[in-house]
Design a protein around this ligand. Sequence first.
Ligand SMILES: Cc1cc2nc3c(=O)[nH]c(=O)nc-3n(C[C@H](O)[C@H](O)[C@H](O)COP(=O)(O)OP(=O)(O)OC[C@H]3O[C@@H](n4cnc5c(N)ncnc54)[C@H](O)[C@@H]3O)c2cc1C
Length: 442
Amino acid sequence: MNTQINSDYVPDVLVIGGGIAGLQSALDLADQDLRVLVVERNSSIGGRMIGLSKVFPTLDCASCITTPKMSAAAHHPNIQILTNTEVQAMETRNGIHSVRLLQKPTYVNFDKCIGCRLCEYACDTEYPDPFEEGLGSVRAIAVPFTNAIPQKAVLDAEHCATCGVCARVCPTDAIEFDQQPRTLTIHTDSVIVASGFNLNAVTVKPQYNAARSSNIIPPTMMERLLAPHGPYGRVLRPSDGKIPSSVAFVQCAGSRDESIGVPYCSRVCCMYAIKQAMLLSGALPLADITIYYMDIRAFGKGYEQFFQNARAMGINFVRGKVARVDPIEDGDLRLHVETTDDAENPLQEHRHDLVVLAQGMIPAWNPAATTPVACASDGFVATPSLTDPTATSAPGIFVAGAAAGPKDIVDTIAEAGAAAMQVSRYLHEKRAAVLVGQAVHG
Ligand SMILES: Cc1cc2nc3c(=O)[nH]c(=O)nc-3n(C[C@H](O)[C@H](O)[C@H](O)COP(=O)(O)OP(=O)(O)OC[C@H]3O[C@@H](n4cnc5c(N)ncnc54)[C@H](O)[C@@H]3O)c2cc1C
């Protein structure tokens, strides 16, 4: 795995995003002897999936699936990976894509860093750990998380106390306080956009009052609470460390609502809420767990059975819309619900001690602003061909995974393989045409 690449490096394919889509495409292409450059803006590859607890519908451990793929990509002789590097813009001339990258300073020389973590142990400054959704804390210089790839320390300039202790304890003199951002342009024959998704803010609907209570949490935080090596090792509520006894999942809390600019369905929320409810009932057998939903969209293979299993386990499903969430005494929350389950009493109030909001999935990156790739009206990469779902509006540039729209892992992996196949065909045809041209002209 290389950490410094120059503009004279010419990969056959540049993959934007080191999530599960980007890694799967990269591995499929590299196995065909093509040279692949994966560009990831975070400090580790793995994308969203490396932060999940278990995955629906199999309940397999997410990091047990993701880590081997991350490692395979990092060790593949045909794959180069740049982390802490953002794709900023791209232009295409004569079939060659010139991709402008911004490498952010890590203040650590990755060629020298051996991942010993002595700097991390010596550092005195802590801030809320982004990988743990702010639940635990991390040192200002640290390897991002246990199974991060690369296993290199990164210094967070915003939180660094500039005491210099890291430089003093580093056995390989890897700390470089004078690093600067670096831009470089890579020229390549083809590109896969695998930039994935973000979630809209947990505060997007003011009526849910997430800004007023730390016990109204995003689903990604619940993933970390449920993860076997999560921040507490068990499920505790953030405000006071209490073991929750009544947990509510509020569905469509950031999707299917024109008023917040997300009129579409985020597709995975029903399934991950059911998954989290099942895992919670295993972790907290005495807890009362309720999912408030408009309709359950269990669209994939085995998903309906998964939903029925959750019902059989005793998870409560209340059909209706949560109108408001109010923080009340003892850190608890009161939900105001309009339900269709009870015709006599449709307007109900329920008390819970922890609430998970199913936020909407939105694009993580908008390529339309700075590249030839068009986006659809929802902001995700447009896929104009019904019969070729990985083709974008720009020849030679393909898309995979949640960059094209909300998607589960199964569909993401299938699409990543399809995008790799299309790139391989595209390059084959492009290079064959060049050879024919050379033969004709001379
Ligand atoms: C709470 C929650 C639970 C879920 N649980 C499940 C589950 O149990 N089962 C399941 O099937 N699905 C689940 N999903 C869906 C799953 O997370 C997605 O299907 C999957 O992560 C999509 O992978 P991806 O690679 O397309 O995107 P991502 O995982 O988002 O990866 C994209 C990567 O691209 C990088 N990137 C973005 N822009 C740039 C740029 N300009 N330059 C460089 N890098 C960039 C990002 O940093 C990121 O690492 C869940 C989703 C959520 C929110």
